[in-house]
Design a protein around this ligand. Structure first.
Ligand code: ZN
Length: 407
């Protein structure tokens, strides 16, 4: 059955929130979704960068709205019964008006960029929280953005008319369009007199004052263009409220007012840097103390000294540091530090006067503890299979060291 095009009431009056419509057809698609066509509708379908409306038709929730060949299809959460012919439609007005603000705000901002910066808008995306436009320029400075934003908000403050009318190609030529229409017939022109003439199928408020504040948030380079993020209308107010609350919270935490905030943050940063340096110094002192403790517990080994120690759990890097502090202090020292934890690991180090090769020692220990490791003559390290206790590792390492020294 051929269905005639749906009468689009949102073009007659974008402020209509409710209407009655007659059911023309209902189908269930291959994904088990219910779609209904009416003689007329106030539900705007996805298109022209604007998301579809939601709302209710009778008691049924409208989940999606699509246009195909002039026919508007409404996806309902449950099918209509055969006796449901005349239905009451109601759109989610808050969502629609938000879309109207974002869409018209985009027209104004794009026109302002064209006017102030000779930058053409090549695409628009209306997102859940913010909107973006892609501008056909390579660079955007703070000054340029500020000028365009000021110009856009000036148009809002002047509360100019926004009108929309369908024109044919001939009439279209009379208007100073910034971009060519993508459709050839039923061209809908959205007009802000003496400012912007834009072919667009979206919904817009009647006056620029209803658009509300336009705020540029940030921009970045994207595929050779500039992608600019902004908010319009109530979204701008919500965002500013949120930011203001956050600033107040942070000010309270830092015990300052908004004007002193930056200074307070810099002070905290400076203080943290100082404390980190102090902490490093204290750690260094602790390690030195530990070095001296370990040196005092050293056992004599011919003309060398041997220092061994077991740890429940310590990072290998810390053990290397302690070992090197000892061998730096006592050149005849041989150090073996073993730690448990996630892995059993050990560090072997010696001073330049000890005359033993640490990598050779480790190479002899490894087969006995089923481990892997390596290093150089002065410091080497290895891991052991988990079934060997720290005491066993120590015992095997000692055996190997005595054998090495006897050679
Ligand atoms: Zn539009």
């Amino acid at each position: 059955m051929l269905i005639s095009a749906t009468a689009k009431l949102y073009y007659q009056n974008p402020y209509w929130r409710e209407c009655t419509a007659t059911v023309l057809q209902q189908i269930t698609d291959e994904c088990q979704k219910n779609w209904v066509v009416f003689d007329q509708t106030i539900f705007y379908p996805t298109g022209g960068g604007q998301p579809h409306d939601t709302g209710y038709i009778g008691k049924q929730k409208v989940l999606d709205v699509e246009e195909r060949d002039g026919v508007i299809w409404h996806q309902l959460d449950t099918p209509l019964t055969s006796d449901q012919k005349q239905m009451q439609m109601k759109i989610d007005w808050e969502r629609r008006f938000d879309h109207m603000q974002q869409h018209a705000g985009q027209h104004i901002l794009s026109a302002a960029f064209a006017e102030e910066c000779k930058a053409t808008t090549i695409s628009f995306h209306l997102g859940q929280e913010t909107c973006t436009i892609d501008l056909d320029i390579k660079e955007l400075t703070d000054e340029m953005a500020k000028e365009a934003e000021t110009c856009a908000n000036q148009i809002v403050f002047e509360n100019r008319d926004i009108t929309a009318r369908f024109v044919n190609e001939e009439e279209l030529e009379k208007y100073p369009l910034r971009k060519k229409s993508t459709v050839e017939e039923d061209i809908r022109l959205v007009i802000i007199p003496d400012f912007d003439y834009n072919p667009c199928g979206g919904t817009h408020p009647n006056r620029t004052g209803e658009v509300g504040p336009i705020l540029i948030l940030q921009w970045e380079k994207h595929k050779g263009h500039i992608r600019l993020e902004f908010t319009v209308g109530k979204r701008t107010m919500d965002l500013l409220h949120h930011k203001h609350a956050l600033l107040r919270q942070v000010s309270r935490v830092l015990q300052t007012n908004e004007a002193g905030l930056l200074e307070a943050v810099l002070r905290v940063q400076e203080e943290q840097k100082r404390l980190t340096e102090e902490l490093l110094q204290v750690k260094e002192e602790l390690l030195t103390y530990e070095r001296d403790q370990l040196l005092s517990s050293a056992e004599e080994l011919h003309d060398r000294i041997l220092i061994t120690q077991l740890y429940e759990e310590r990072p290998l890097t810390e053990l290397q540091k302690v070992a090197q502090l000892i061998t730096g202090q006592a050149t005849n020292a041989i150090v073996l530090l073993i730690t448990g934890g996630v892995k059993q690991q050990f560090v072997c180090a010696c001073g330049t006067g000890a005359h033993v090769e640490m990598n050779t020692w480790v190479k002899h220990i490894l087969p006995r503890v089923e481990g892997k490791g390596g290093g150089n003559v002065l410091i080497a390290q290895g891991g052991a299979a988990s079934r060997y206790s720290l005491e066993q590792i120590l015992e095997y390492a000692r055996d190997e060291l005595y054998m090495l020294l006897e050679k």
